[in-house]
Design a protein around this ligand. Sequence first.
Ligand code: PLP
Length: 405
Amino acid sequence: MNLTGAISKRSLDHMTRGSLIRAMFERGRLLKEQVGAANVHDYSLGNPFNEPPPALVQAAQRMWADPRPGMHRYMSNVGFDDVREQIAASLNARHGLTHPLNKNHVIMSCGAAGALNVVLKGVLDPGDEVLVPRPYFVEYDFYVDNHNGVINPVETDANFLPDLNKLEAAIGPRTRVILIDSPNNPTGVIYPESFLRSLDELITRAEEKFGHYIYLLSDEPYAGLAYDGVTVPSVLKNVRHSIVGTSHSKDLGLAGERIGYIAFSPRIDDVQQLFNACALHTRTLGFINAPAVMQRVVAEFQGEVAGLADYEARRNLLYQELRGMGYQLVKPAGAFYMFPESPIPDDGIFISEALKRNLLAVPGYAFAGPGYFRLSFAERTLEDIARSLPVFRELATQYGLRGWV
Ligand SMILES: Cc1ncc(COP(=O)(O)O)c(C=O)c1O
């Protein structure tokens, strides 16, 4: 008997749309088998290269060897009280928050992805809209769809900054969330404080018009990875109705440990109702609570970043060289991505040409940003980057880019 319906139509749709980066990854794996890893220039994946700080590993070992009684049991869904208190205190101190957070504004999560899903589940009714500046991290489509929301991409300017007029025009009666990610994946852009202040005013106007909360949901796994001594402006400080979803996947190199948190602005009048809903959804979505040992470990390393200087050196080398060859790109201010313009309008064709030379990148259309391509330098050492430069140069020559090298 030929049966159909092994998986839902929604899963089929997600698998089709989510297959591109996966396909690149598989392609890279095969290529590495065929020609050797050193001959494949793999700029496809955003896997953090940095190892956690040695002191963090030691702290984790200590905790496993001598846990507090009951440490590995179920706990409150929101996480340990003292850990949440420590994170709130760190946020207050690092951002100089005059409306300080306490433990009742922090929920521990399974990474940033877990945090975003919990929040979206807490605030979206079916058909509610989430505005997101384009280009954006592909997984947002799935997170929003998980909770029956509708994603609505909004154009950005030539520097990938959201256009406030377009953002305001896009807000309608069903808009519940504006979702941002700064430093940004895929562009590396950091949104300035003045932008956040304008966004706060814009949200207040829209809330008065439509009569319900509109949240700025800030996805911040890259907040610690800012270059040139820059500090990423605080959303909690500048936007009254803001919620942060973040993790230590990238700044502490703990992506596999699934540890992060949600932080709610105390200036949301109904913050306790929102907190309680998200606490519930930590359970209803099957997370139950964030990993116990990792909660205690990261509490002691708030504000620390592993490998920042390495990432910055890679950013400097790759940016300088690509500009010199004539590629058009915005200098990434943070994260470990670059989003250069494709030398030809069809980024898919450009990526295929790069692939022929064993250079792997992701076409911009996978981020709703056609005409560009994304390079992740997370796993590329300076030597790897240097080895790949002749390939970028060949492509530049093939497409007639005019550089100075
Ligand atoms: C923009 C963005 N948000 C969220 C995530 C997911 O982060 P986590 O692994 O902490 O869940 C990623 C991972 O690459 C990301 O790039």
